[in-house]
Design a protein around this ligand. Structure first.
Ligand SMILES: *Cc1c(COP(=O)(O)O)cnc(C)c1O
Length: 416
């Protein structure tokens, strides 16, 4: 084959020798004979065979290869391999949403009678899935605070098969000790599962801290532009992958090739975006902490954060979620939100566009007042998911409402 016609870079066999940023752009790509530069979208539900014999071999799994896109699809596979490479895992199954990644993990790896210890401040739909749906099928759950190691220890029983966390938590940014929880899980023959959606492998790689399963909602930072819904489960154990894949191919919560292609583009710029939103979020958190209208600021990157040291040990930066309490209640919080001109009033996160929400009346609105109090979600709390706009503009948009609150106070103080 002449040098000119050689399909250069058809596959990356030495991915592990390449740096994170290179793998984010290159890992998993398989060029077709068309020599396309970009990753192609294989928009096909099924695949054809050279012969009846080959069809039989594929169906019986004697020959490895594509059959049907509920099981495997080349675009989806490229996404799976690229994400697995970035997380430091060996296998990945891509799913239709973050929630279906969590469902797949639980239904593939648990059975009736099993017990799970989970953080109580998980993503709201995850708590509902556990407490209202999976519990109907005989899986039992105990919910504890991510920072209360004693509660984790005390909740373990002989049926415990899984410990499940997110870290940092959303919106209050509590940080779990991943190494300690992994050790506790393994001492008790349980799996340690980390939903790494808020950090992505750019900021935190749970496998390096001994997690067994890493879950993603690709909808958030992996997409990064609020376009598609998707998810993934990454493991570094072939047996776990076998169970996950068997569930996926049979139950069918599969990712569409188009969405996989969008997420591949997202992975290419993930590091640049995570760094940028983390830098802006830290600057915003420091600015809020100094603002007279603001009470407590929740951001693991602040020195005042109770788990700042732990966050600094297990994360390379602190992410885009900043929550803060204003000096006031719900009307004042709503006033600050309504005074913004370009921040998007929506509960989504992980978008290039910065979003602002009032958790007590939206994401946590269906909890009772007692449940909200227990979760620390006060009426005065505002959450900002920092995007990629100029941080000075974000500050100015928030300052409009905050300064209006602060000025009368300062004036009152001046009058004595
Ligand atoms: C959004 C989110 C999910 C659910 O993902 P979807 O893609 O919306 O199904 C799960 N975990 C966390 C931490 C999330 O933020």
């Amino acid at each position: 084959m002449s040098k000119r016609n050689k399909p250069k870079g058809q596959t990356l066999n030495s991915e592990d020798d390449l740096e994170f940023d290179t793998r984010a752009v290159r890992a998993g790509q398989v060029r077709t004979r068309e020599q396309e530069h970009n990753d192609p979208i294989f928009a096909t539900s099924s695949f054809v065979f050279d012969s009846a014999a080959q069809a039989a071999a594929r169906f019986s799994e004697q020959e490895i290869g594509n059959v049907y896109s509920r099981f495997t699809n080349p675009t989806v596979r490229t996404f799976e391999q690229r994400l697995a490479s970035l997380e430091g895992g060996t296998h990945c199954v891509a799913t239709a949403s973050g929630m279906s990644a969590i469902l797949t993990t639980c239904l593939a790896l648990l059975k009736s009678g099993d017990h799970v210890v989970a953080a109580h401040d998980l993503f709201g739909a995850t708590v509902s899935l556990f407490a209202n749906i999976l519990s109907k099928f005989g899986i039992k759950f105990t919910f504890v605070s991510v920072t209360d190691m004693e509660a984790w220890q005390d909740s373990i029983c002989p049926q415990t098969k899984m410990l499940f966390i997110e870290s940092p938590t959303n919106p209050l940014g509590e940080v779990a000790d991943l190494t300690a929880l992994a050790e506790l899980a393994h001492e008790n023959n349980a799996l340690f599962v980390v939903d790494n959606c808020l950090c992505t492998p750019v900021l935190q790689r749970p496998f390096e801290l001994n997690a067994d399963v890493v879950i993603h909602s690709a909808t958030k930072y992996i997409d990064g532009h609020g376009r598609c819904v998707g998810g993934a489960v990454v493991v570094r154990d072939q047996e776990l992958h076998k169970e996950l894949f068997a569930f996926l191919r049979t139950a069918g919560p599969s990712m569409s090739p188009f969405n996989a292609w969008v997420f591949l583009k997202g992975l290419e710029s993930l590091r640049v975006r995570m760094r940028a939103c983390s830098d802006s979020a830290l600057e915003l958190a420091r600015w809020l902490e100094a603002h007279p209208a603001v009470g407590r600021v929740y951001y693991p990157g602040l020195k005042s954060h109770p788990q700042h040291a732990l966050a600094s040990k297990q994360q390379s930066a602190y992410g885009g979620i900043v929550a803060f309490e204003i000096n006031g209640g719900r009307p004042q919080a709503w006033q600050v939100i309504d005074s913004t001109k370009f921040l998007s009033i929506t509960a989504n996160l992980g978008d290039a566009k910065t979003t602002i929400t009032h958790p007590a009346s939206t994401t946590h609105g269906r909890l009772t007042q007692e449940q909200r109090d227990a979760a620390g979600i006060r009426d005065s709390l505002i959450r900002v998911a920092v995007g990629l706009e100029e941080v000075d503009d974000i500050k100015a948009d928030l300052a409009r409402g905050l300064d209006a609150m602060a000025v009368p106070r300062a004036a009152r103080a001046a009058r004595g």
